[in-house]
Write a protein that binds this ligand. Structure first.
Ligand code: SF4
Length: 268
């Protein structure tokens, strides 16, 4: 395939920019990265994506309210309002009937209410919410949206919300990969290194928080440069190996993945 026929690369056969989630995709499986970032194959929206998008919007808006109004009832209202927006914009055909939409809504509100078990939003004043970060790292541009950042007794903390279930603790460190990239972007933009990274999983709920320092971010910068070079080589040679594992069962591209071509006979 030539540069001209690939959708995700520019005329110099390079990606214009890389997001933390796309970087995670390449690390997890280069073929997955190709499907999503190069071929840009759209996958049908899922109820989990709809829940994540809507919950993020509700949590962002919760912090627009005066502290005393950040209650479970207001958060539920914000979720309902946000769903009316995201439903018509992004998920018009997600539910085939009112009953399944209603069941999804009830389950989503129950998950969202877990938020108050892990944080007291009346005690938090974020420095930023949904912060759009676009920064040069070496010769690449990294772009992503950081959920939240605030000063805490532990110092400057950056937070990512997840509506899903937390991975077991022994696998949690890899979940911090994207947040470490955000910490690097904050260091570049603000000239200040965050002190801690926090992942909030609302299903459970579970909070993982780890400290972060300059040495780790220096290592992340080197890792990103190596990843960027590897992506460049993959694009040049059109070589995106499959990397099978347990996560294939949740991969949106499994049905067209060459690794499973023999199994279901549907892959190209
Ligand atoms: S199914 Fe597995 S091997 Fe195939 S693209 Fe997805 S993650 Fe990669």
């Amino acid at each position: 395939m030539t540069a001209e026929t690939q959708h995700g690369v520019n005329a110099s056969n390079r990606l214009a920019s890389l997001s933390p989630s796309r970087a995670s995709d390449y690390k997890r499986c280069p073929q997955l990265f190709k499907f999503s970032a190069i071929d840009r194959i759209e996958t049908p929206p899922t109820v989990y994506q709809a829940r994540g998008t809507t919950a993020h919007l509700a949590l962002e808006r919760l912090y627009e309210l005066p502290a005393a109004e950040r209650t479970p009832e207001r958060l539920a209202d914000l979720f309902r309002e946000a769903w009316q927006e995201t439903k018509h914009r992004d998920y018009p055909d997600l539910f085939s009937d009112v009953e399944s939409e209603r069941a999804w809504g009830i389950e989503s509100l129950a998950i969202l209410s877990n938020y108050f078990a892990v944080e007291d939003p009346t005690q938090i004043e974020p420095l930023s919410r949904e912060l759009d970060l676009t920064e040069a790292v070496g010769d690449m541009t990294i772009r992503g949206i950081l959920d939240r950042m605030e000063e805490t007794p532990d110092g400057l903390v950056i937070t990512d919300y997840k509506t899903g279930k937390a991975p077991p603790e022994q696998y949690a460190m890899s979940a911090f990969f994207a947040l470490k990239i955000y910490a690097l972007l904050i260091r570049i933009r603000e000239g200040r290194t965050p002190d801690a990274l926090r992942l909030i999983y609302l299903t459970g709920p579970t909070v993982y928080q780890v400290p972060v320092n300059d040495a780790q971010l220096d290592a992340m910068e080197r890792q990103l440069e190596a990843l960027w070079a590897a992506i460049g080589r993959s694009i040049e040679t059109n070589d995106f190996p499959t990397r099978t594992g347990v996560l294939c069962d949740w991969c949106a591209y499994r049905d067209i993945c060459p690794a499973f071509a023999d199994e279901d006979g549907s892959s190209t």
